[in-house]
Write a protein of this length. Structure first.
Length: 206
């Protein structure tokens, strides 16, 4: 059965996105969240598109500094890739998407809370957006769904975590229920809903 979007919105009425505090003004001014690939390319760092970021990167976009999060939890040894995919291909694939943790009014699901805990000591903020409003603000963008934390693969019972073309799936192809969604993902920039956009500190949910 395909993922029931109406049921998903009911179960996970909020989406959460973490970014550097210094990025907030630029995000608000542009009215959108931008994938790392766009910032890296515009900022003259396209050579990093296919390279795992062990540390945060800073690029200049239109004269403003943009902080791009690291990919430290993305360990090559924990991944089994689809045929025809290289690890660099997958890094590039991740960089072209914008990621949200789904959740309720009380905060994101546990995966998101752990992610926020890892970043709570840094100068970061969380955008809190209504799921339905995000979907409505991006009518021509297809939302994708992932059943695990795509950027932090782990081995389970000796088996590596699969990654590749099916990492992100449309509602029609997602094989599980709304409660199994760990990430909501868009390919390319995501327009912010019109109106007041709430931002909070990550420790709010710890």
């Amino acid at each position: 059965m395909p993922l029931d979007l109406h049921r998903f919105i009911q179960l996970r009425p909020f989406l959460y996105h973490l970014t550097a505090l210094s990025n907030v003004d630029l995000i608000r001014a542009s009215g959108a969240l931008h994938p790392a690939a766009e910032s890296l390319t515009t900022g003259g760092a396209a050579q990093l598109l296919r390279t795992r970021r062990g540390t945060h990167e800073v690029v200049s976009v239109d004269g403003k500094r943009v902080h791009i999060r690291d990919q430290s939890p993305l360990h090559r040894g924990n991944v089994t890739l689809d045929d025809g995919w290289s690890f660099d291909d997958f890094v590039d694939h991740l960089n072209r998407h914008v990621f949200f943790w789904p959740g309720s009014v009380d905060g994101p699901i546990e995966h998101g809370r752990r992610h926020f805990q890892r970043n709570a000591a840094e100068d970061t903020v969380v955008f809190v957006l209504r799921t339905e409003a995000v979907l409505s603000a991006n009518p021509t963008s297809v939302p994708y769904f992932c059943r695990y934390n795509s950027g932090a693969p782990r081995c389970s019972g000796g088996a590596k975590s699969p990654r590749g073309a099916d990492t992100f799936q449309t509602a029609d192809s997602f094989p599980r229920t709304a409660g199994a969604v760990v990430e909501v993902v868009f390919n390319g920039r995501v327009s912010l809903p019109v109106g007041d956009i709430q931002t909070v500190l990550p420790r709010t949910f710890l």
